[in-house]
Design a protein. Structure first.
Length: 142
């Protein structure tokens, strides 16, 4: 597998963090392999953590009361998902399933929150990065 640290540093949420913080995040990363069509999590599951697609594709979707599937996001290699529930601790708001054989990195919620709690500078850096991304997104909408 290519260098996990390089993958982590390229993720928008972590891009720009200092090397020591990237190394700490690397220490909690767990590689997961999924076959095509495999469920990663279901709506109302307990939050597992933050996911990053290394290889493959993942769909995040909901199922209507009529049984119709509504795709919310298609997650590609290098993209993350599950960020909100990591920070809120809420149940998963949707389902996630692989569209192809996929390799993911999982950053378990308890380890990730513990890392951020123990490293206030990491928390501040993550907030700065997320704020910058939100500003860029807002400019694109306007």
């Amino acid at each position: 597998m290519e260098n996990i640290l390089n993958i982590i540093s390229a993720i928008p949420l972590f891009n720009g963090l200092p090397d020591d913080q990237l190394s700490a995040i690397r220490q909690i990363a767990v590689e997961k392999q999924y076959n095509k069509g495999q469920t990663i999590f279901s709506e109302e599951d307990e939050t597992k953590g933050l996911f990053v697609v290394v290889d493959g594709r993942v769909k995040v979707y909901k199922v209507s009361s009529e049984g119709k599937e509504q795709i919310l996001h298609i997650i590609e290699a290098g993209q993350s998902f599950g960020e909100v529930t990591v920070f809120t601790g809420q149940q998963m708001p949707a389902n996630a399933q692989t569209l192809a054989k996929s390799r993911l990195l999982l950053f378990p919620r308890s380890a990730f929150v513990g890392l951020v709690t123990a490293n206030p500078s990491l928390a501040l850096n993550l907030l700065a990065i997320m704020s910058k991304k939100l500003r860029q997104f807002a400019v694109q909408i306007i």
